[in-house]
Design a protein around this ligand. Structure first.
Ligand code: NOJ
Length: 499
């Protein structure tokens, strides 16, 4: 009897948990967003510009990948022309103006400015392109929000090891300094790196994003160390030489899903927390508190020891580096799209290595969640509220800008994109709840993306835009989708409506 009761209790607990997890839908929050809340849209250079070798631009790792290994990308697509924003930036700004955004997040192509990656030779035509774009934005009352590195390592620097070479910290610092000098009188909001996770875990660990370097559990951690130190270098340069005059801020962009425990078992609850710390503790904790989160250090050190390594595969920061890193984040940029369910699980092979192995957890998504165009795109709006709340508590209420959030489908020219509207609406409603009811300090929202564009190894198969782009036409004609008008209305009224 006792046994039966216990298992019935377990069933009841599981049922409750499941209900809480899956029917976590709140009413639409229609309270206006604060007056100073910023609404914008985002893109990135390689994904939209094209003009890959025009006017003196040098080769970067994506140019190199698509030309030397075309099958690495769906349909052998390339960003050679992309949305042709190199020539059509005025049209892009007209679209932004129509939407009424306060800011536009875009990135600079390092090799358009410095063709060989080093700061000794500046390409004036590249400089002019960005000056023109920034002027066009400012003339239309739109603030630039500029990412310095959105995945476009100069190929010359990659050949020297890229993020695995600790000289990268100097190379990036020189590039950042040049950008602050050239554009900092007009650009006050800077973001150093877009998404350290994909850069390191996928670029240097799993090896499924450029530069396709496979070194799970070793290369990816070296990459992470050099990346955060390079961020700190740029922050210090800004702080020492530019801040007093330009009065801007320097942040980083982290991508994070929400990690929900798969069950209410202690080990799953702990595994979800470990997973959160693997994401936030490797990149954000060093910049706020000067070091990796202790749980991350402990787990990787333990596993490394068991595997016979003399020291942890996660390279430590020296005391001097810790001081240099601590407090070098003016704002957190958050890219968030979806949620995962986490359960505790040790890898069966004791010698296996890698970010996802070292955290001893597995992630999956529920089939009950609405699916978008890619495998990982599931619509789970409550996840963003939980994540924002977690960031607030873990990092002492930092300033957060949502730098990306958006929905992809894979149907070409789907102009009546009601599912995208629903995604934007329900995610924004949860963000509003997080601000309103949980006191999270969110200062703005940046929708990904202004228009359909090159989705990395998925080529043009995934459509994230609120404008359609005709990639079959040499003119790359842009056409407004229904979501563009929905977002325009949200921006104009500062309220979510049921349109
Ligand atoms: C992450 C990246 O920053 C961006 O480049 C990408 O297109 C979107 N999110 C969608 O996957």
């Amino acid at each position: 009897m006792k046994k039966l009761n216990t298992s019935m209790n377990k069933v009841a607990a599981l049922f409750c948990f499941t209900v809480i997890t899956f029917i976590n839908v709140n009413a639409l929050n229609t309270k206006p967003f604060p007056k100073d809340f910023k609404f914008g849209v985002a893109t990135a250079a390689y994904q939209i510009e094209g003009g890959w070798n025009e006017d003196g631009k040098g080769e970067n790792i994506w140019d190199h990948l698509v030309h030397t290994n075309p099958t690495a990308v769906a349909n052998n697509d390339t960003g050679d022309t992309a949305c042709d924003s190199y020539h059509k930036y005025k049209e892009d700004v007209a679209m932004l103006k129509y939407l009424g955004v306060s800011h536009y997040r875009f990135s600079l192509s390092w090799t358009r400015l410095l063709p060989n990656g080093f700061a000794n030779k500046v390409n004036q035509r590249g400089v002019q392109y960005y000056k023109n774009l920034i002027k066009e934005l400012k003339d239309n009352g739109i603030q630039p929000l500029v990412t310095l590195y959105h995945w476009e390592m100069p190929q010359t620097l990659q050949e020297l090891g890229g993020f695995l070479n600790n000289n990268f910290i100097d190379w990036f610092g020189d590039y950042a300094e040049l950008c602050f000098k050239l554009f900092g009188d007009d650009v006050t909001n800077w973001l150093t790196f877009n998404e350290p996770g994909p850069i390191c875990q996928h670029g240097y660990g799993l090896g499924d994003l450029a530069p396709l370097y496979k070194s799970p559990g070793i290369g990816e951690y070296i990459c992470g160390k050099n990346l955060v130190l390079a961020h700190a270098r740029a922050w210090h340069i800004y702080d020492d030489l530019f801040r007093s005059k330009q009065k801007g801020s320097v942040g980083i962009v982290i991508d994070s899903r929400w990690f929900e425990p798969e069950t209410n078992k202690t080990e799953d609850i702990q595994a979800a927390e470990v997973m959160r710390h693997f994401v936030w503790g490797t990149y954000i904790n060093p910049l706020i508190n000067g070091d990796h989160s202790s749980i991350v250090k402990e787990k990787i050190a333990k596993r490394s020891k068991q595997q016979g390594f003399k020291r942890s595969r996660l390279p430590e920061f020296t005391e001097e580096e810790q001081k240099y890193l601590k407090g070098t984040l003016d704002i957190i940029g958050l890219n968030h799209y979806s949620t995962y369910l986490i359960s505790a699980q040790k890898h069966p092979d004791p010698d296996a290595m890698g970010f996802y192995v070292d955290c001893e957890a597995v992630a999956r998504q529920s089939d009950d969640w609405e699916k978008g165009g890619t495998d990982w795109m599931r619509v789970v709006p409550w996840g963003i509220r939980k994540l924002l709340k977690w960031i607030k508590h873990t990092f002492n209420n930092p300033k957060i800008m949502i730098t990306e959030n958006g929905f992809c489908d894979n149907k070409d020219k789907l102009l009546d994109d009601d599912r995208r509207i629903n995604y934007i609406k329900t995610y924004l409603s949860n963000i509003r709840d997080a601000m309103d009811k949980d006191g999270v300090n969110v200062v703005g929202y940046t929708l990904w993306s202004l228009m359909d564009n090159f989705e990395w190894t998925l080529g043009y198969t995934q459509k994230f835009g609120i404008y359609h782009v005709d990639f079959n036409s040499p003119n790359r004609t842009r056409t407004k989708k229904k979501s563009a008008d929905y977002y325009k209305k949200v921006i104009a009224t500062r309220c979510l409506t049921d349109m």
